[in-house]
Design a protein around this ligand. Structure first.
Ligand code: NAD
Ligand code: MG
Length: 383
C-alpha cells in the first residue's frame, strides 16, 4: 500500500469499474496519472475486463464481487467487498459507479471514514438521503455528484450561498420514447428502451431514462445534495443533452452549464472539485454543430414514473426507498421479458400505495422497506 503522502497522488477506488461509468472514469484517470492513482477496483461482471484493468492500473485491491441468485445473499457478499475497497487507507476518493441499492453501504462507510465520494450511484441518496447527510457530518466526508445534471448545478452554484438560489431546472433528454404515443409505448421492447438517443449507458439507467424514473431519482438526488425543497426543483425536456441543467438565482439571472454529451467531464469534475484541471480528452464545444437546442415540457400522462417519484420524494419517510426498490425490481423484470413497459410505473405505483408508510428511521428499517417493495413487485410479476 502506498499512502497519498508518499506519492503526492490522490488514491481513487472505482466501484463498478467494468460498467459504463466505471470504464469512463478509468479513461479519465488514465489521462490524469499525474494527479491520481487507482488504488482499488471492484466489479461483479466482466471478470476479463477487470483483470485487464488491474494489469493496466496495478491497484493494491481488486474485488470481484460474487453474484448470487438470492438477492439478499448478493447484497451481503457484495457489500463486504465494496466496503472493504471504499474504506482503505490508500483511498482518498471513492468513485461509486455501482447500480442500485447495493451501493449504499459503501457510500456510508466511505463518508464515515472522511473520504470524498464521487457519486454516480444516485440510488444511494434516494434510499437514504438523511443517513448520507449524517455520515458526512459524523465522518467529515463529502459527496460530489457525478450525475451530469447535478455536476452542472454544482458548477453553477459553487461560490454562492444556497440562499441565493431561487430554483434549479434539471434537463432530461426525454429518452428514446419522447415521440411515442401511449398506444405504441404498450408494445415497446427491451431493444427499443435501450436505444437511448444521446447517451450510451448501462441497461438499468437506460430503461430508467426511457420511463423518466431516472429523472425522478435525480429530483430526489438534487433535493438531498443541495438542500432544496421540491417546489424549487423543476424538469424540462431538452433532447440534445447539451445544457446539463440551469440554476436561477434570486436576482433572476439564470446560469447553465453546457458541454457536448460526455460523462468524462462530470467524472473529472467530481475528482477535482472545486478546482478545474487541464484535460485534452474532453470533446471541444462547438455551439454551431450542437445546434439547435430545444426545450419541451414533460408529458406526465405518457411518463407517469416521474410524478410518482417526485411525490414519493415529497412524502419522504420510506416512500423514496420503496419507489427505488420497486423500480429496480420492475426494470429487472422488464429486461427479463416478464413485464410490459407501461407496467413498470404501474408496479411502482402499487408498491407505493401499499408500503409508503413503513418505518424509515434507520438503515435497517429502510432496507426492510426496500425488501418489502421488491417482494411486492415480485409477487405481481412472478419473477
Ligand atoms: P453499468 O451496469 O454499466 O455498470 C455497473 C457496474 O457496477 C459494473 O461494473 C458491475 O459489475 C458493477 N455492479 C453492479 N451491481 C453490483 C453489485 N451488486 N455489487 C458489486 N458490483 C456491482 O451501470 P452504469 O450505467 O455505469 O451506472 C452506474 C451508476 O451510475 C448507476 O447508479 C447509474 O444510475 C449512474 N449513472 C450512470 C450514468 C451513465 O452514463 N452510465 C450517468 C449518470 C449516472
Ligand atoms: Mg443524469
Amino acid at each position: 500500500m502506498t499512502p497519498k503522502s508518499a506519492t503526492g497522488l490522490k488514491g481513487v477506488a472505482v466501484l463498478g469499474s467494468t460498467g459504463s461509468i466505471g470504464t469512463t472514469a478509468l479513461r479519465v484517470l488514465d489521462r490524469q496519472r499525474q494527479r491520481f492513482r487507482v488504488t482499488a477496483l471492484t466489479a461483479n461482471s466482466n471478470g476479463a475486463l477487470l483483470k485487464e484493468q488491474a494489469r493496466q492500473f496495478s491497484p493494491s485491491f481488486v474485488g470481484m464481487v460474487e453474484s448470487s441468485a438470492d438477492a439478499d445473499e448478493a447484497w451481503k457478499s457484495g457489500t463486504d467487498a465494496l466496503v472493504a475497497a471504499a474504506t482503505r487507507d490508500d483511498v482518498d476518493i471513492v468513485l461509486n459507479a455501482i447500480v442500485g441499492a447495493a451501493g449504499l453501504d459503501a457510500t456510508l462507510a466511505a463518508l464515515e471514514k472522511g473520504k470524498r465520494v464521487a457519486l454516480a450511484n444516485k440510488e444511494t441518496l434516494v434510499i437514504a438521503g438523511h443517513l448520507v447527510s449524517e455520515a458526512c457530518a459524523s465522518g467529515r466526508g463529502e459527496v460530489v455528484p457525478v450525475d451530469s445534471e447535478h455536476s452542472a448545478i454544482l458548477q453553477c452554484i459553487t461560490g454562492h450561498p444556497a440562499s441565493q438560489v431561487r430554483r434549479v431546472i434539471l434537463t432530461a433528454s426525454g429518452g428514446p420514447f419522447r415521440d411515442w404515443s401511449r398506444e405504441r409505448l404498450a408494445s415497446a421492447t427491451v431493444e427499443d428502451a435501450l436505444r437511448h438517443p444521446t447517451w450510451r449507458m448501462g441497461r438499468k439507467i437506460s430503461v430508467d431514462s426511457a420511463t423518466l424514473a431516472n429523472k425522478a431519482l435525480e429530483v430526489i438526488e438534487a433535493h438531498f445534495l443541495f438542500g432544496l425543497p421540491y417546489d424549487r426543483i423543476e424538469v424540462v425536456v431538452h433532447p440534445q443533452s447539451v445544457v446539463h441543467s440551469f440554476v436561477e438565482f434570486i436576482d433572476g439571472s439564470v446560469v447553465a452549464q453546457m458541454s457536448a454529451p460526455t460523462m468524462e467531464l462530470p467524472v473529472l469534475y467530481a475528482l477535482t472539485h472545486p478546482e478545474r484541471v487541464d484535460d485534452d480528452g474532453i470533446p471541444p464545444f462547438d455551439p454551431v454543430r450542437l445546434s439547435p437546442m430545444t426545450y419541451e415540457p414533460v408529458d406526465h400522462e405518457r411518463f407517469p414514473a416521474l410524478r410518482l417519484g417526485i411525490d414519493a420524494g415529497r412524502a419522504g419517510g420510506a416512500a423514496p426507498a420503496v419507489f427505488n426498490a420497486a423500480n429496480e425490481c420492475a426494470v429487472a423484470a422488464f429486461l427479463a421479458g416478464k413485464l410490459a413497459f407501461p407496467d413498470i410505473p404501474r408496479a411502482i405505483s402499487s408498491a407505493l400505495e401499499k408500503l409508503s408508510e413503513l418505518p424509515s428511521g434507520n438503515r435497517e428499517e429502510l432496507l426492510a422497506a426496500d425488501a418489502a417493495a421488491r417482494n411486492h413487485v415480485r409477487e405481481m410479476v412472478a419473477c
